[in-house]
Write a protein of this length. Sequence first.
Length: 436
Amino acid sequence: MSVPPRHKDAILKLFAEEDVEATFIGQFTGDKQLILKYKGNEVGNLAMDFLHDGLPRFFRQAEWKQPHYPEPKLPRKPNLGKSLKQILGMWNVCSKEWVIRQYDHEVQAMSTLKPLVGAANDGPSDACVLRPVLDSYHGLVVANGMSPTFGDIDPYHMAASSIDEALRNIVAVGGDIRHTALLDNFCWGNTNKPENLGSLVRATRACYDMALVFETPFISGKDSLNNEFRLTKEKSIVIPPSLLISAISVIPDARKTTSMYLKGVNNLIYIVGRTKSELGGSHYYELLSAKGNNVPKVEPLVSKKIMLSLSEAIRQGFVAACHDLSEGGLGVAMAKMAFAGDIGAEINLSKVPLSKNEMISRDDLILFSESNSRFIVEVAPASQTNFERLMIDCPCAMIGRTIKDKKLKVIGLNGKPVLNETLKGLKSAWQRPLMS
């Protein structure tokens, strides 16, 4: 921290008033030398030119080639209920309550929106909201996004999807991307290998591109590279290229957050954002023992418009519940909202806004697509007009209602029921892996 000498005492006084220890350790001299002293003795003297430019720069080869994977053989008559339960039980999707309960997330009693929410306080919150200063209602929103299964197909779209997911989670609880900053955590293999360095370069390019459009700066981060273990001279184990994005935002009033669980019977259910045939790296394709190639892509300008409009709708109080669509797509998101609130839901896949450039004629692809920039929103009938007015320039459609029957019901493209599962059964499938 650079401070003019005349302000030294005033600065120290300000820090002392906040009970923060501060010590002046030096001053700028203008002689382009870094001089270090210990108890009056000179222990270091380096020219600034050497400090900044003395170390030769590394030049490494970076390569990246688009891989191609076999597409899955889609089932002729998919069992959507069975598939949904299987996806809910996957390690990346299932309940993490067993882990969450082992950490005291009530440290200093700051949390106003907790990691577990809902009728039984066991539903997965999109983000957490803290109230760090107890004599103020200002809140701090903390969220994450990670899409590791996309990295094998294209690290650029993996990184972009992770950013989009982190920002969606901020918006879903009432935050605003206009007051949001990002942090990155790269986990990669041996970057001395051109193919690994090439994939890393591609991921960082996505971080740059997305941050510019969303206007969300990266303020810090952590890199964990060279995560590779050599078994023999010819064989090694390397982690998949992955990127965790953390997002931090502010909310004017921590009492006015939005949670993900359904709130009442006979409310309206909307989906915001377009669904595309983007299942490369999806959990549904994993069920079919395939990876595919059509990895979800982010359209940042469209996504930004959606997030700003939805934030305004939440801020004005027209949203009862909101949850982003990520792992498992629409089916998983709707199931979580329903069993977390212990309120049933019925949705119609023919109402879901689809990509303008493709025709999706299969129920399973719509239900399990993992396209970015999408939300499920619960709206009370009294707020319908105001909500639709704010979302008029965004892809948005009412796809169903909450119901008294404690089930998740899905009507297919042909107008007939294609899924009818009890909330108890869905929740059990989601909780079983780490709770049994």
